[in-house]
Design a binder for this molecule. Structure first.
Ligand SMILES: Nc1nc2c(ncn2[C@@H]2O[C@H](COP(=O)(O)OP(=O)(O)O)[C@@H](O)[C@H]2O)c(=O)[nH]1
Ligand SMILES: [Mg+2]
Length: 226
């Protein structure tokens, strides 16, 4: 009985996610779902990325947090539009929350919609929002053992960013172990070491975004696999 309830919630979510994807496709907007633990650098990365993509590309942001508009406030000077969703007790965004947000947005003006998910290494990987691509941020101070412990989000990733790479010299972080663990779960996924502090890897990240934009609006690896 319990399993049926969970399945029906997921199914209802997926139906709304499909509608979001249709709306995004119609507007020719590429949606990127950013997923990570709290504090891995999602908002900071957007603060750097959105200005760097201009004037070629314009971006809008939907940001999920349990409480406050702190991230939306940080991003409001950068993006064309920023919508904050407060999820209350929920540890991830649902497709219907994104649907309500994008209903209000003039998406036709946006080349990219960045969705900053609620900070959590498990639940956001389970819920399709209608995004085109899922980008996982895994920060080096989190330790080198997390990939195997929290496999869900790494399995569904279209790109993995190992963030705060500037801290590598100060920490015992076994990069080979992490890359091997990722390879075991998701052999195809590209992995980039980046830092918003010293700028390493940012050019490669921007290039990945430009390539995905040029490829057109596709489906994420997870949903092709299903
Ligand atoms: N050393 C270092 N700190 C970073 C980097 N990126 C973000 N931070 C810091 O990490 C903390 C959390 O960043 P934030 O972007 O708010 O993370 P979010 O919760 O994932 O949105 C802040 O204090 C940032 O200044 C980085 O590349 N290197
Ligand atoms: Mg944030």
């Amino acid at each position: 009985m319990k399993v049926n309830v969970i399945k029906s919630v997921l199914k209802a979510n997926d139906l709304v996610a499909e509608k979001n994807r249709d709306r995004l496709r119609a507007a020719d907007t590429l949606a990127i779902n950013l997923i990570s633990a709290p504090g891995s650098g999602k908002t900071t990365l957007l603060e750097k990325t959105i200005p760097a993509l201009r004037p070629e590309f314009h971006s809008m942001v939907v940001v999920g947090d349990l409480e406050t508009t702190r991230d939306a406030d940080r991003l409001s000077g950068h993006a064309l539009e920023v919508t904050q969703i407060n999820t209350g007790m929920s540890c991830h965004l649902y497709a219907n929350q994104v649907a309500s947000a994008i209903e209000q947005l003039p998406l036709e003006k946006a080349d990219f919609l960045f969705i900053e998910n609620v900070g959590n290494m498990v639940c956001p990987g389970e819920f399709d929002l209608g995004e085109n691509l899922k980008v996982i941020l895994y920060s080096i101070p989190e330790g080198d053992d997390k990939v195997a412990k929290y496999p869900t989000i790494f399995r569904v990733a279209d790109l993995i960013l190992l963030t705060k790479a500037d801290l590598l010299p100060h920490l015992n972080f076994d990069m080979d172990r992490v890359r091997e663990d990722i390879n075991r779960l998701n052999a195809q996924v590209p992995v980039l070491e980046i830092s918003t502090r010293d700028g390493q890897g940012l050019a490669a990240w921007l290039e990945w975004l430009r390539e995905k934009r040029a490829e057109g609006i596709g489906l994420s690896a997870r949903f092709i696999a299903e």
